[in-house]
Design a protein around this ligand. Structure first.
Ligand code: WTA
Length: 674
């Protein structure tokens, strides 16, 4: 079945080039659709981007079913496309089909183009590049898969991966997919406690890590962090330790040298036939309570969505070198470093360093050396780099770049213009892509779009194929027309959507499907402009975004509250020039407790670093004896947000507070502190 679909695509490509040669530029747009989406020929009356979008939302089963057959290789074809009930939060796609994700990402390319480079590892030190072909990647994936099997890891078991970005880390993810184990990647910047929490919540018996990590010229003792976490997790049975620096690190009974174990294994491992709805991975992300949520994605729907969004949003073509600089510990790394690019048979770059190491030209030096065709990064880095001026960019040749992408937080106009005009020389479309861990892939994005559709600066603008956004007011009414703002919801299912939260389907339903019945609620606010484009206005819940890292303010409050002297705390997100937002804490001490403020601040900061991560450490900590609360005891964080940035002329209505005088006290305390 797949071969037939591939033939169809190939012949469409060929006939398209002939058509182009004959008609030249006049057929350009039509040609875009048929070169990128030869499947269009099987959709009746679809001849323009708009018609294709309309078709995708009106006939989702035909649209996604056609793409699933042509873009993925199946072990057992599916007969049913979707089976979703958004009222109940029950989501299934291709439910009777079977495939293997690692086969789709590696084997099918290794079989045809074995020597094509799959991964380019841009290590921390510039000029230390390592390339790995599809054939080599296949061998590595199989060996790790065999190590896991020899260790007793079976289909459905959860494997926690705590590693910096590297070919071994990518192969470890794909090895899990190969044998049907569920991976649980934890960002290697999280502390031992945060790691332990995620290991326990996911009931993971196996950890894969490295001896150390190297970032920005510094060595990070990764294995020591894992050792501390394992002490808190008696259920962990084995720790596979890969080599990054080769320096000597402490060794325990449960530790196994990964490379040694791989040497004893065969470089072939039969891919497991997985049902479309078997779990592929869990990925923890912050919500509005202190407990992170283990978001679950399944096999086929997720893979299809990552495959198709990568291809169309970034206009991936044969020979491209795709550079997404996200860490594999976040969803962006999962979908646009690993699964999306590899499923398309593209060369994907693994960036181990930081935007400013060894200097502020690092990204663009890499673009010139590796000849990246796409660059996908976070606004926080762009904001940081633009402060250092244009010369760091201009001294490198960026002519290989075709598309620039932005993700993770809103991109402000200044950063967007600089990205577009300086980095892209005014020639590359900038795609501001809005999506979430829960959506699996890009949902709102300026591209793909029609040939004459312009990109407006600093907004994601248009829904992707098959995505129907809806803006709802607090009475659950969908707002029609333009120039409206409200809750950003999605009103029909798409294949990449999350299926559940590990161990807590009730929380899943209550967070995403209960607030606006029949809709997926993203937690973000949204404005539809007068021209009908989508602009994200920020979170509507107590989640903040620090340098593109999602953080629940309740997580930070829980840590502060553990301090002996603390009675209560409230943490809010405060606007920050570079990081976008940064936590700011208001703290009430227990009756009769006095502290040295400086020392107390240091203790609290250290606790947060140890229990969460350094990005969660508050910018400011203000001791107070009262917080603005409603009569029912709810903290009015809106008021705290204004006080934290000294925006006291716009406090809004404070009359509903139980004790309005708290506000004046806080303002004068804040004045004294700043
Ligand atoms: C925010 C990252 C504005 C948003 C892929 C969302 C954005 C949260 C954008 C998800 C954007 C992401 N414009 N805000 N282009 N992209 N966000 O799960 O608040 O780490 O809900 O996924 O980041 O963060 P997450």
């Amino acid at each position: 079945m797949l071969r037939v679909a591939q033939k169809l695509i190939e012949s469409a490509y060929t006939s398209q080039s002939k058509l182009l040669a004959r008609h030249g530029r006049s057929t350009r747009y039509h040609s875009f659709l048929s070169t990128h989406m030869p499947e269009c020929s099987s959709f009746p009356n679809v001849k323009s981007h708009k018609e294709l979008y309309d078709y995708s939302v009106q006939h989702p089963d035909n649209f996604w079913g056609t793409l699933a057959s042509s873009r993925l290789e199946w072990i057992k074809p599916f007969s049913k496309v979707s089976n979703c009930n958004m009222n109940e939060g029950s989501i299934k796609w291709f439910e009777d089909g079977e495939l293997n994700v690692s086969y789709n990402c590696v084997d099918r390319h290794a079989n045809v183009t074995p020597s094509k480079v799959a991964l380019i590892w841009e290590k921390d030190e510039p000029n230390q590049v390592e390339k790995i072909t599809y054939k080599e990647l296949l061998a590595k994936v199989c060996q790790i898969a065999n190590v896991l099997k020899s260790q007793g890891v079976a289909k459905g078991d959860c494997v926690t991966i705590y590693m910096p970005v590297s070919p071994t880390a990518v192969a470890a993810m794909l090895a899990c997919a190969r044998i049907g184990a569920v991976h649980n990647v934890v960002f290697a910047g999280f502390s031992a406690e945060a790691l332990a929490q995620r290991i326990q919540s996911a009931s993971s018996e196996t950890i894969i890590t490295t001896d150390q990590a190297v970032r920005g010229g510094k060595i990070i003792p990764l294995k020591n962090v894992v050792d501390d976490a394992v002490k808190m997790c008696p259920t962990v049975k084995r720790v596979l330790v890969g080599t990054r620096t080769g320096n000597s690190v402490p060794w325990n009974d449960k530790d196994i040298n990964l490379e040694e174990a791989m040497k004893h294994e065969n470089d072939w491992c039969e891919p497991e036939a997985m049902n479309s709805e078997d779990w592929l991975f869990t990925l923890y992300t912050s919500g509005s309570t202190g407990k992170p949520k283990g978001i679950v994605h399944t096999q086929a729907g997720y893979l299809l969505y990552a495959t198709v969004t990568s291809k169309f949003v970034f206009d991936i073509q044969e020979g491209d070198i795709f550079g997404c600089v996200a860490d594999i510990g976040w969803i962006t790394g999962h979908s646009y470093v690993v699964y999306g690019p590899l499923s398309n048979g593209t060369t994907s770059v693994l960036f181990e360093s930081t935007p400013t190491y060894p200097d502020q030209g690092r990204y663009w030096d890499m673009v010139e050396r590796i000849k990246l065709t796409q660059f996908y990064g976070a606004p926080t880095a762009i904001r940081l780099l633009l402060k250092y001026g244009d010369s760091w960019v201009k001294k490198y040749d960026r002519s290989s770049l075709r598309v620039l992408g932005s993700v993770g937080e809103p991109i402000n106009h200044e950063a967007w213009e600089w990205y577009h005009n300086v980095v892209g020389n005014g020639k590359c479309p900038v795609v501001d892509t809005w999506w979430q861990t829960e959506t699996g892939g890009i949902m709102i994005t300026p591209r793909p779009s029609g040939p004459s559709d312009k990109i407006e600066p600093a907004m994601p603008m248009r829904p992707f194929f098959g995505v129907s956004p809806a803006i709802l007011d607090d009475k659950h009414n969908e707002l029609s027309g333009n120039d409206v703002s409200g809750a950003c919801c999605i009103k029909s299912p798409w294949p990449g959507m999350a299926r559940t939260i590990v161990g807590d389907h009730k929380r899943f339903f209550e967070t995403y499907y209960k607030p606006f019945p029949g809709h997926y609620f993203s937690g973000d606010g949204c404005h539809r402009t007068a021209s009908g484009y989508y602009q994200i206005t920020g979170r509507m819940d107590d989640v903040i975004n620090v340098s593109g890292h999602r953080l629940g303010t309740a997580e930070v409050e829980d840590v502060i509250d553990e301090h002996d002297a603390v009675a209560e705390s409230a943490v809010i997100g405060c606007a920050h020039d570079i990081k976008g937002e940064t936590p700011y804490a208001f703290v009430i001490l227990k009756e009769g407790h006095t502290v040295d403020e400086k020392e107390f601040g240091e203790q609290v900061r250290r606790m947060i670093k140890e229990k969460i991560s350094s990005f969660a450490v508050p910018e400011g900590i203000l001791l107070t004896d009262g917080l603005p609360k409603t009569r029912s005891g709810k903290i009015m964080r809106r008021i705290l947000r204004k006080i934290a940035v000294n925006d006291i002329d716009n406090l809004g209505d404070v009359s509903t507070l139980a004790d309005p005088s708290v506000v004046d006290k806080l303002i004068s305390l804040k004045r004294g502190a700043s």
